[in-house]
Design a protein around this ligand. Sequence first.
Ligand code: AHZ
Length: 312
Amino acid sequence: ESISNGRPVPVASSKLASLNGSAKSQTIEEMAGNWDDFSFAHIRESQVSRAMTRRYFADLDKYAESDIVIVGAGSCGLSAAYCLAKARPDLKIAIIEAGVAPGGGAWLGGQLFSAMIMRKPADAFLNELGIPYEDEGPTSNFVVVKHAALFTSTVLSKVLQFPNVKLFNATAVEDLITRKNASTGALHIAGVVTNWTLVSMHHDDQSCMDPNTINAPVIISTTGHDGPFGAFSVKRLVSMNVIPSLGGMRGLDMNTAEDAIVKGTREIAPGLIVGGMELSEVDGANRMGPTFGAMALSGVKAAEEALRIFDQ
Ligand code: AHZ
């Protein structure tokens, strides 16, 4: 950038290229002890803007028609995404997560404690991902990952490396796209309505902030139990009269809850599979509290259900 009459004048792109020519790859070891001569490769701010926005808008374009949309990137949604992306590299999988930080409640094991408990046989999912854990021996019924963040960061890093997955975080699902079956009159879910989460949170005090959409034949909703964001899709199914009412999550019973969530993971309405703790709100299932095996295996089952519908 040069200065003329006190104003910056844009550098021609050919000149930018020559400035960038000074960039050369180095190892960390080569940098060591050479900090006096250190300098980053030159950059113009617009290059950063374009590098980000070009990719984001290409992804919006590509995933506007997705094969599968996963709503919520908690432990269940991420487990489902991993299984689907691994099994079917040919499918476009969009993950919509309302939070800036994906992972839902799975950054801690319970309360503010670090360790994550997985009841057997969910250790199979840890083995699949190569996540180390402590096993207190053949008679113990559970394994312990030393930090929940190790589980979540590992699943997340694997999911994000699949070329057929796009995570749109800081993006909320605000509604469901529906279609009416001409002969039966039944609704089926045909996609999701999205908005920036900060926009969704300001519909009461700002106007004209219409949403965006993603079409997909299969949606997996794993938005967690009721809360500020949770149980989103199933609450919407009730207000659309697709299901009559919610059972409401019941009190804590680890043994009952985990089996019920895994076994109950299914297509609740045509085109919409529900897994993880969102399901407890539909079925009136118990909560399990701080044990995550059912979240991982509900994700495994949700992926299986999705492929069954997709391949019909
Ligand atoms: O931000 C939410 C979280 O990351 C996201 N989410 C919710 N509503 C959304 C919306 N659009 C986009 N409308 C949305 N994203 O969904 C994620 C849900 O993650 P979670 O960890 O809350 O749910 P989970 O079912 O994957 O795991 C539940 C873990 C629990 S809760 C529990 C208990 O209360 O007893 N026990 C366990 C193991």
